[in-house]
Write a protein that binds this ligand. Structure first.
Ligand code: HEC
Ligand code: HEC
Length: 196
């Protein structure tokens, strides 16, 4: 038994030794300034993006809105947000322009009704057990203009765009049921679609 382990060990170390000189060889052949989509030395983990992508520098009020990626997709942020991040417990600059009561004056898109609605089921205690609302029930509690805490972290869903060029073309085409969905959302109105 011991001998078996010993000889296995010898075989393994020979293989390991063999591998390392093999990868030295590979390094020489692959280090050709980039193959496929990655530029630079393929044998290092240093990121080499070629050119650094730049975020859009347009200030809010001067940017051009982007079409929604598909019906009720979170719209992408068309303006620069450098000065508005990070969003913390105490500060959220986004709401200072996007809350419905302020948005018009700021010429910003107001938050949709979905952001001021609680879709979480009530948890009820019956016979000592906690359970959510019965299956098939769609909870839709109007928060009367108050932002839902689940929507507080805006850039979890809404992201700015860069000028990065991508080598793989995106061939997805949105199929809007109504033309209006290209530039506006109505998730709260049809949230029960496919459920009820
Ligand atoms: C100073 C006011 C202001 C602040 C702060 C601000 N925005 Fe905006 N936002 C605007 C305006 C105005 C527009 C409309 C496009 C324009 O005119 O630049 C807009 C557009 C958008 C849009 C696109 C809406 C659409 O209909 O396509 C999104 C999404 C957005 N902002 C998200 C954010 C997020 C997230 C933050 C915080 C990180 C933020 N905004 C901070 C004013 C603001
Ligand atoms: C959990 C993901 C999520 C978070 C967090 C979130 N949004 Fe949205 N947002 C969406 C989606 C999805 C839509 C489009 C569907 C809808 O809700 O009507 C949307 C739509 C919007 C719109 C377009 C409204 C319209 O009438 O077309 C604006 C503006 C917006 N969000 C701003 C914000 C801001 C500002 C915050 C932070 C206070 C925020 N969102 C947080 C997912 C999110």
């Amino acid at each position: 038994m011991f001998r078996k382990i010993l000889s296995l060990g010898i075989i393994a170390s020979t293989l390991l030794f063999g591998c390392s000189s093999e990868s030295e060889k590979e390094k020489d052949t692959l280090n050709i300034g980039g193959t496929a989509f990655r530029k630079g030395d393929l044998m290092t983990e240093d990121v080499n993006l070629g050119e650094m992508a730049e975020f859009n520098s347009d200030a809010p009020g001067t940017s051009v809105k982007l079409d929604r990626s598909f019906e009720n997709a979170p719209p992408m942020i068309p303006h620069n947000i450098d000065a508005f991040l990070p969003i913390t417990l105490k500060t959220n600059s986004c709401v200072s322009c996007h809350m419905p009561e302020i948005a018009a004056a700021m010429k910003a898109t107001p938050l949709p009704q979905s952001h001021m609605t609680d879709y979480r089921p009530d948890i009820a205690k019956t016979d000592g057990k906690y359970a959510a609302a019965p299956e098939g029930t769609v909870v839709k509690k109007d928060l009367k203009g108050k932002l839902s805490a689940t929507r507080y972290n805006c850039n979890q869903c809404h992201v700015p765009q860069t000028d990065a060029t991508v080598m793989l073309k995106n061939v997805f085409e949105a199929d809007y049921r109504v033309e209006k969905s290209k530039s506006s959302s109505n998730l709260n109105d049809n949230i029960t679609e496919g459920v009820k």
